[in-house]
Design a protein around this ligand. Structure first.
Ligand SMILES: [Zn+2]
Length: 340
């Protein structure tokens, strides 16, 4: 009986005793039958992986030290290991078979496919194992995977909690910024990962979000702080219409403080809408939304001068504004220690 079939037998035995059977099965034949293997890694759920010690030694100083002193456990040769006398067993007491296999896929050079992730919760245990076993190269890959665009968009709170749990400050800040997608954390669904972060970390997240709500609108509401906007050929400045939609110039407006000249009313209205949107949701995407752009553009089309360029210019301006908003909330995140 080979190692994998023994694992399956053990799993079914567990099932007989009432424990739920593991639905996972090994997917990489190499780790089940590598003829050049000289080490067996044993997962906590009793799957076994035949691997080459030299590869582990290269990627992990912890494995290197472990093998240099003879390893944590020397297996007494049994029926199936007598064929390969030097085979040594290394128990991995906190990692499931799924995690061990994914870790190995990332450690091994060559034609192995990298693992796929169905969610951020898939990434975390492999990342934790890579950190524990000091597989630095893999840690770097998994840190990036944890804050992949998909996971940040779909489950920013979960990513935040996991980054804090792994004490990854950079990723925690990235995820904290993405939690701004959620309007009210108190009204969102409780997630299991909250059990792994401290009350202080959660408090700091709430404080960060509150600070962003205060700061984001000032990126556009306070004319004196709009140094990021250096263009002076915007159509809302150039328009000299004395009647129609642009006749009402706002020389006392906050925007005029920045431009030192009058601006078209429709653009001023866009800024007011942007401030309100940022007040509710301090994210760049808030100011590029069609719901914010369309009312201002409808007004602009009534002006013969503005109508030809209003769409292009407002899209460009709102894009710049969005960048500045996200830059601002990132700068604020960088002042927080979420992993304390
Ligand atoms: Zn105009």
């Amino acid at each position: 009986m080979d190692a994998s079939s023994r694992s399956r037998a053990d799993t079914s035995k567990q099932s007989d005793q009432g424990a739920p059977p593991s639905p996972w099965k090994p997917t990489q034949p190499l780790f089940q039958g590598d003829p050049n293997a000289d080490v067996i890694l044993q997962s906590m759920d009793e799957f076994e992986f035949r691997v080459q010690k030299n590869i582990l030694v290269i990627v992990s100083p912890l494995f290197r030290d472990m093998f240099s002193v003879g390893g944590p456990s020397e297996r007494v040769p049994t029926e199936e290991t007598t064929q390969i006398p030097e085979l040594r067993a290394v128990p991995m007491l906190e990692e499931t078979g799924d995690v061990v296999e994914k870790l190995l896929q990332l450690c091994y050079p060559g034609p192995l496919e990298p693992p796929t992730w169905s969610g951020a919760t898939d990434v975390y245990p492999v990342l934790a194992a890579a950190i524990k076993y000091q597989v630095e190269g893999v840690v770097g890959v998994l840190r990036k995977a944890l804050v992949s665009r998909k996971f940040l968009e779909e489950e920013p709170l979960r990513v935040f909690a996991m980054a804090c749990r792994a004490r990854l400050q950079e990723e925690a800040r990235t995820a904290a910024q993405q939690t701004l997608r959620i309007s009210d954390i108190g009204m969102s669904q409780e997630i299991d990962e909250f059990q792994f972060i401290s009350g202080r970390t959660f408090y700091r997240l709430l404080k960060y979000r509150s600070e962003c709500r205060t700061a984001a609108p000032t990126v556009v509401a306070n004319g004196e702080s709009m140094a990021w906007d250096t263009r002076r050929d915007w159509v809302w400045i150039a328009c000299k219409a004395s009647n129609g939609a642009c006749a009402a110039k706002h020389r006392t407006s906050i925007e005029s403080i920045h431009y030192h000249c009058g601006v078209s009313g429709w653009w001023n209205n866009y800024c007011s809408q942007a401030v309100s949107a940022l007040d509710a949701s301090p994210r760049g995407e808030s100011v590029t939304a069609a719901a914010i752009l369309t009312p201002a553009l409808s007004e602009a089309l009534k002006c013969t001068y503005c109508s030809s360029k209003a769409l292009q210019h407002l899209q460009e301006f709102s894009g710049l504004l969005a960048q500045e908003v996200d830059k601002k909330t990132r700068e604020i995140a960088d002042t927080y220690d979420f992993c304390a």
